[in-house]
Design a protein. Structure first.
Lengths: 65, 138
């Protein structure tokens, strides 16, 4: 997703960001959030490595979040 | 590039996130759940079309099929509806160069699908692309 979301949030008064867009598919949002939380809370990699790769990936994909 | 001969393929329905996530087994059930949600919420046969197209683009297609042959010339094929072509166009750009997806392509998508449907399809594309590329290099 680019820095400027093309999809509107499910709540028209909310800012259009990844989380508010996901509201269009609540079950999908729940599954994603659960996986994402598990990824950050556990695993073989330390947080510095995870955050470094997240930032690098965000820059390459032009992610504004 | 990794040699993928003999591996299961998610295009054949045999691929399981656990195959790739074996080193991170705590993630496997959550990956399966997310992939299941994305594939079950995408409309009509777009789920299968997206999987097939991403697999072809990444060189992961295992089984030949009539639909697979049509997919190789999807842009001019009468096998696909205009809506299906709109999502195939986005999916192709997503895999090859995500920066090249245009507003015009996105507007075309809006003509045929609701916002929830578009979200589900994009999620499915992203997951197929991500795990397909992971399979290529892991």
């Amino acid at each position: 997703m680019s820095s400027t979301p093309r999809l509107d949030p499910v709540d028209p008064t909310a800012r259009s960001v990844f989380g508010s867009i996901l509201g269009h598919q609540p079950q999908l949002a729940k599954a994603f959030s659960t996986l994402y939380a598990e990824f950050w809370q556990r695993g073989a990699l330390d947080h510095i490595t995870k955050e470094t790769t997240r930032l690098r990936n965000a820059r390459i994909t032009d992610c504004g979040y | 590039m990794a040699n993928n001969e003999g591996r299961n393929s998610w295009v054949n329905g045999a691929w399981n996130a656990s195959d790739i996530a074996s080193a991170q087994t705590h993630l496997a059930p959550f990956i399966d759940e997310l992939r299941g949600q994305a594939s079950s919420t995408a409309p009509g046969r777009t789920t299968h079309l997206i999987e097939l197209q991403v697999a072809q683009l990444l060189g992961l297609e295992r089984a030949e099929s009539v639909l697979g042959e049509a997919m190789k010339n999807w842009y001019s094929s009468s096998e696909f509806s205009d809506g299906e072509k709109a999502i195939l166009e986005i999916a192709e750009q997503f895999v090859l160069d995500v920066h090249s997806v245009t507003d015009e392509q996105f507007e075309k998508l809006r003509k045929y699908f609701s916002t929830p449907d578009i979200l589900a399809m994009l999620f499915h594309i992203a997951l197929c692309d991500g795990f397909g590329k992971l399979e290529k290099v892991a």
